[in-house]
Write a new protein. Structure first.
Ligand code: SAH
Length: 455
């Protein structure tokens, strides 16, 4: 029997918005068939047009609002929603914080887990927070433009004010863009994999104000590079590092393997939790420093350290959590798979005169198994994995070491809830509640921290 969807493409319908998906789309139902509608919020009634019909759901866009949510912010710039830079900017900040808590609650409910979720901790000024930008460079109508990809596509929409980035970073991008225009440099052409300049990446220390500019090119040759460097440093005195990164591959991976330092140092510095950190172009560094300090404080509090514990910090990046925890512990072991991040971590330990830490390069799941075999007795294991969460082998080896506590910092509540269940199967349970901390205002990303203890 052929299933027939109750809605058809390009037709208009009226519906109540009953939910908001994890991607920030409003949900309406017609005969139980869900339609995901951009720019629609719960408690709204809208006329929508169906843009795409799939087997079990459809997509739509708002044609007319019949009733609006009191949580709607009307002064929105559609570019931000279109490009996905700020897909939740049409929802009040208070509404965003409630949305993030609600997402975690719903995920737990689906897994039949009875765990409390605290209110999301937000930030005072929920924009202009990002300390890092990476913007594609393309030629549009004969002119070099910098901007952001239209959602779900590779079309670049020119943008000057990125809204969620440090305004000094926006300014730097415009300076570089204007120089590329002035020197008639060649932007990358994604379709044909030709041209030169692919991406501009900028990092700026929140406390230090040190700036790093990385120009990602397809080719080794970058014309006018000396002139470019001279003009950038003249216009932007905060710049401490200008790097050309060569990435000839036609891929979604931003950086290639080759760096050419054209000016200054290969690293910049910033402070976090009162410590100084060296950050290189290839290393992960949290993008919202103000909220990161709150997040780390929760992680430290949840670890309940007395100064006597051996701690493992898995997925340690440049050692930010390890070093923040070191003064509360006897010894900290950090593992991370990016080599330059570990060399940053070692430098960072020296910079801060911290000597009760050891850092190793490796995959967390392999290194955890090695530590287990070597008989390392960790009292507390802290983890901060990427979106895909923990590998089952990691949890296997980690629980075999029998830590009294596991502190889990997560950037994806779906894998967090999955992993909590695996820890529960290994004799651990959640202590207290799950604490969401808003690291990414105006977006749908959710960061949480939770502590697990042995049954
Ligand atoms: N705790 C750090 C970094 C968290 S981001 C901070 O707060 O800054 C996650 C880190 O995990 C990244 O640095 C990434 O390079 C690293 N990573 C990803 N997969 C990994 C794996 N399988 N083993 C070890 N590290 C991994």
């Amino acid at each position: 029997m052929k299933f027939k969807a109750p809605v058809a493409k390009n037709q208009e319908y009226t519906g109540d918005i009953i939910d908001l998906t994890y991607q920030g789309m409003g949900v309406a139902k017609i005969e139980d068939f869900p339609i995901f509608i951009t720019n629609a919020l719960p408690n709204e009634k809208v006329v929508f047009a169906v843009t795409k019909v799939a087997k079990t759901y459809a997509f739509g866009r708002v044609v007319k609002f019949i009733e609006k949510s009191p949580q709607r912010v009307d002064s929105v710039n559609v570019t931000y929603t279109q490009t996905g830079i700020a897909p939740l900017q049409h929802l009040s900040y208070e509404g965003q914080l409630a949305f993030k808590q609600h997402q975690v609650v719903e995920l737990l409910k689906k897994s039949h887990l009875d765990i409390d979720v605290a209110k999301t901790v937000g930030m005072e000024t929920p924009y202009h927070y990002r300390n890092k930008a990476q913007v594609p460079v393309r030629e549009i109508n004969g002119q070099i433009e910098t901007g952001f990809y239209k959602r779900g596509s590779h079309t670049v929409v020119p943008i000057e004010d990125f809204y969620i980035q440090d305004p000094k970073i926006d300014e730097a991008i415009i300076v570089v863009r204007d120089l590329l225009r002035r020197f008639h440099l060649d932007a990358y052409d994604e379709t044909n994999n030709t041209g030169v300049i692919k991406t501009i990446m900028v990092r700026r220390g929140y406390y230090s104000h040190e700036m790093m500019i990385v120009i990602v090119t397809r080719t080794h040759k970058l014309s006018m590079v000396n002139e470019l460097v001279a003009e950038i440093t003249k216009a932007l005195p905060e710049v401490k590092s200008i790097i050309q990164n060569v990435n000839p591959q036609q891929t979604n991976v931003l950086l290639g393997d080759t760096d050419r330092i054209h000016f200054g140092s290969p690293v910049i510095h910033d402070q976090l939790m009162g410590l100084t950190f060296e950050i290189s172009a290839h290393s992960f560094y949290q993008v919202n420093p103000q909220q990161t300090e709150k997040l780390y404080q929760f992680a430290i509090d949840k670890a309940q350290l007395t100064g006597e514990e051996t701690v493992i910090d898995a997925y340690c990046g440049i050692g930010t959590i390890s070093l923040a925890v070191a003064k509360h512990a006897k010894h900290v072991y950090g593992v991370e798979m990016v080599k330059t991040a570990i060399s940053d971590a070692k430098t960072n330990a020296n910079l801060n005169h911290i000597d009760n830490v050891d850092f190793v390069v490796g995959k967390a799941e392999n290194q955890m198994a090695r530590w287990q075999e070597a008989g390392l007795k960790a009292d507390v294991i802290m983890v901060d994995p990427p979106r895909k969460g923990l590998a089952p082998e990691f949890i296997e080896a980690a629980t075999a070491v029998k830590p009294s506590r596991v502190v889990y910092v997560s950037c994806n509540p779906a894998t967090l809830v999955r992993d909590i269940q695996v820890f529960m199967d290994h004799g651990y349970h959640v202590d207290g509640d799950i604490q969401p901390v808003d690291q990414f205002p105006q977006t749908t990303s959710i960061e949480c921290v939770v502590s697990l203890v042995k049954d």
